[in-house]
Write a protein that binds this ligand. Structure first.
Ligand SMILES: [Zn+2]
Ligand SMILES: [Zn+2]
Length: 335
């Protein structure tokens, strides 16, 4: 919604704009100066002149946009800098590797833009840190009471049981390529799964980046070039769309799983032909959204990204002034 102002922070067609810093946060179009919360494509776009983000986010952007000419500036968590008349620092968001909340302080007021976040543990991300503030900008991807994310380990046990029950069939698990893929690889290893795991080509580059930053995923092999017969009992991770497209025909009678917060919705699992729907999300669920908004003690909450009205209504009942932002360029999270 245009024209909503917190005096110095406003919602524009390009995204959230901090006027006294002359800077956009996660803009949907190329701008002179952008603060980027994390590497997902709907937040980190190419074409900006200057980009400020965590070291990890900048590395992810380099892998995704190798020819981008943006001037990168790294900011560590907690390190304060001045941009124009604003003090800016980053706090962990717990969403994916390098994901940050942007904290801005100006004339005695503090605004926090959370980007995407979750409160569940994730071996690839530093845990979310609640920051008290006057204005909190929250996401609302799973902001309905029906969304309650179980422990991811309990979900992966379903996959491991299926691998045991159907040892003669390949298993394809659809995972989002940045964050979800690497989180699940680490969780599977933690659960004792030590066989090789095959990766669709689209997942290789970013997983390599994680590996170069010290994450140990055990034995990973590319699917590319492997004979059909050798994949007959393999566990394969792939982008969710690949599990039902032409690519999946190289497997004989696969069992298909999808790991996504959307798997809580039965119709979505059916639509994806997921026999093994795993509810694993990198976003906060309903309870964690409410808890987080409460912990920030923000008088005003702006809501982006998803079920804005449901969350606005509930926060309003609890005494916070909550406003849906309806930023452009934000579709439903494909996570
Ligand atoms: Zn994200
Ligand atoms: Zn997002």
């Amino acid at each position: 919604m245009q024209g909503i102002k917190f005096d110095w922070l406003k919602s524009c067609p390009e995204g959230l704009y901090c006027q006294p810093a002359d800077c956009f946060i996660d803009p949907a179009r190329a701008v002179p100066r952008a603060l980027i919360t994390h590497g997902h494509a709907d937040h980190a776009r190419p074409g900006h002149e200057k980009v400020l983000a965590t070291k990890e986010t900048l590395k992810i952007m380099k892998v995704r946009y190798p020819s981008d000419l943006a001037q990168h500036q790294q900011l560590n968590f907690g390190e304060k800098i001045r941009i124009g008349e604003v003090t800016v620092w980053l706090a962990p968001a717990g969403h994916i590797l390098g994901s940050a909340q942007v904290v801005m302080e100006y004339q005695g007021q503090r605004a926090v833009v959370s980007g995407d976040y979750k409160r569940q543990a994730d071996p690839t991300a530093i845990p979310f840190e609640p920051i008290t503030c006057d204005l909190f900008v929250t996401e609302a991807t799973f902001a309905l009471p029906v969304f309650r994310h179980p422990k991811p380990e309990s979900q992966l046990e379903k996959l491991l049981s299926s691998l045991q029950a159907f040892p003669e069939r390949p298993h394809l698990l659809g995972v989002y390529g940045l964050g979800k893929c690497q989180r699940i690889l680490l969780l599977l290893r933690d659960l004792g799964f030590d066989a090789p795991i095959y990766l669709h080509g689209a997942l290789v580059g970013l997983t390599e980046l994680y590996r170069s930053m010290g994450f140990d995923f055990g034995n990973l092999l590319p699917v590319q070039g492997v004979a059909k017969s050798d994949l007959s009992s393999a566990l394969v991770l792939a982008p969710p769309s690949a599990t039902i497209d032409r690519w999946s025909r190289r497997f004989t009678d696969p069992r298909i799983g999808i790991a996504s917060g959307w798997m809580q919705v039965r119709g979505r699992a059916r639509q994806r032909r997921a026999e093994i729907p795993l509810i694993i999300s990198d976003h906060a669920d309903w309870d964690d959204l409410l808890r987080t908004c409460n912990e920030t003690q923000a008088e005003t909450v702006w809501i982006t990204h998803g079920r804005e009205d449901a969350l606005a209504y509930e926060l309003g009942k609890r005494g916070q002034k909550a406003i849906p932002l309806r930023l452009s360029g934000r579709q439903e999270e494909s996570e």
